[in-house]
Design a binder for this molecule. Structure first.
Ligand SMILES: Cc1cc2nc3c(=O)[nH]c(=O)nc-3n(C[C@H](O)[C@H](O)[C@H](O)COP(=O)(O)OP(=O)(O)OC[C@H]3O[C@@H](n4cnc5c(N)ncnc54)[C@H](O)[C@@H]3O)c2cc1C
Length: 400
């Protein structure tokens, strides 16, 4: 993800923090002391406080795994439409780029409307990732009997290798197609957001709101070049600015980071291990059935007993439906041993961390060579270098 894109998604505005946001900042849990000099009255209320940051134990021998998957990117945005295949109706629901978890409920609600238009009472869902599971559960809630067919189930689906942040417009379409896709994107985003609010406060915390810190040596309006070998992506954050809190500039002395420019943002996090397990058990408890099965040709779908199918095969749709409009965008994360005391995400311009309950994720940001790259071989050396870079940041913080 490029820096400016990340910052937009995190709701980071480029204007100086307002009086209101600084006041809000002052109410947050803050500790420790540092003198602040010659700062305005609004800021002064922060002067005796420093944001509490439990250090990440960024050591390479704490890496529990390095995970790679491909984002199923389509320049025009996800394919959510109906196709007739002999006497079957296939509703496609794939191609969600770097936004599949974030958009899943809204996208699957659109797919379900298309299913309901057929009058079907039995539904087959091909795929058991973020899109397949949410499609299946929404269909059950609408009274349909649902069977999932999938080659892999969680934890072996690509969806399990995502970072787990609310990123509804990450690599979701290119800039050229953005105007045509914008209204549909907003509808999906708002519907997903509403559903996620109903999943807060549950056992295992599948969904949480967390704070994050974006740190930089450069002012935020410093122009940042896009990733050299990726297209300009559609950006829609301004359409849903009301959904997430605005970011806050933290003045020197109110945070422990060595960088000159620090913003705090607030966002949603998906604890993917707990969340996927919850979705699987919700589906099964509601009477859903699962058949592990691989399809090699759409004609095999014609033989299934259900007359209506949702195709939620993600990147797999490229091979199954010969859809070459799906471009793989490779992404790699390393997972460190969980640290429950680390409750914030961090964005440095070259790295991003996510404090999930199943491990602290470390991801390199803005690197090249990922677009149209379907190689899912992990490169541990890259992740180790990222963890060392993170370790150096915390060492600088300790030194003050
Ligand atoms: C590094 C990285 C970080 C990411 N971070 C985020 C994030 O923070 N937030 C976010 O919202 N999104 C994120 N994403 C994007 C997100 O992971 C994807 O958009 C999402 O997982 C796509 O889900 P899916 O259900 O369409 O596909 P998948 O998870 O790939 O599921 C596809 C399903 O279809 C099955 N299937 C495929 N082909 C066949 C076949 N031929 N026969 C039978 N079954 C088949 C598979 O076995 C699987 O069950 C990230 C992606 C990457 C790579």
């Amino acid at each position: 993800m490029q820096r400016r894109h990340f910052l937009r998604q995190a709701g980071v505005t480029f204007a100086a923090a307002s009086t209101v946001s600084l006041a809000a900042c002052a109410k947050r849990p803050l500790v420790a002391e540092q003198p602040a000099k010659a700062i305005p009255a609004q800021v002064a209320r922060l002067e005796s406080n420093v944001a509490e940051i439990a250090p990440i134990k960024a050591e390479t021998d704490r890496i529990t795994g390095v995970y790679v998957c491909t984002r199923p990117f389509r320049a025009a945005g996800p394919r959510i439409e109906t196709e007739k295949l002999d006497h079957k109706t296939i509703v496609h629901n794939y191609g969600h780029g770097g936004s599949g978890w974030s958009l899943s409920w809204g996208s699957s609600a659109l797919a379900l409307r298309m299913v309901q238009a057929t009058g079907a009472r039995q539904l087959g869902v091909i795929g058991c990732g973020a899109l397949g599971l949410t499609s299946a559960i929404l269909a059950q809630r609408a009274g349909l009997s649902v069977r999932i067919y999938a080659r892999e189930l969680p934890p072996d689906v690509y969806s399990m290798r995502a970072s787990g942040l609310w990123t509804p417009d990450s690599r979701i379409c290119d800039a050229e197609h953005a105007p045509a896709f914008a209204d549909r994107w907003e509808e999906m985003t708002r519907a997903s957001f509403r559903t996620y609010q109903s999943l807060l406060g549950l056992p295992g915390k599948p969904i949480e709101w967390i704070d994050g810190y974006a740190v930089s040596d450069q002012p935020w309006d410093h122009p940042e070049p896009p990733v050299a070998d990726e297209p300009e992506y559609g950006s829609f954050h301004s359409r849903v600015r009301d959904l997430t809190p605005h970011s806050v500039d933290l003045v020197a002395g109110s945070h422990p980071f060595p960088q000159a420019y620090v913003k705090r943002y607030t966002t949603m996090m998906f604890n993917i291990s707990a969340y996927a397990r919850m979705l699987m058990s919700d589906f099964l408890v509601a009477g859903g059935t699962i058949e592990v099965r691989e399809f090699h040709d759409p004609r095999e779908l014609v033989k299934l007993p259900e007359h209506t199918l949702i195709n939620a095969t993600g990147y797999g749709a490229r091979a199954l439906f010969k859809d070459e409009s799906i471009i793989p965008v490779r992404g790699q994360t390393a997972r460190l041993i969980p640290q429950p005391e680390v409750n914030y995400s961090l964005y440095t311009g070259t790295l991003s961390t996510v404090p999930r309950s199943d491990g602290v994720l470390v991801q390199v940001i803005g690197d090249t060579g990922n677009f149209n790259n379907s190689d899912i071989t992990p490169n541990r050396a890259v992740s180790e270098a990222a963890v060392r870079e993170l370790g150096e940041l915390f060492a600088r913080m300790r030194r003050g």
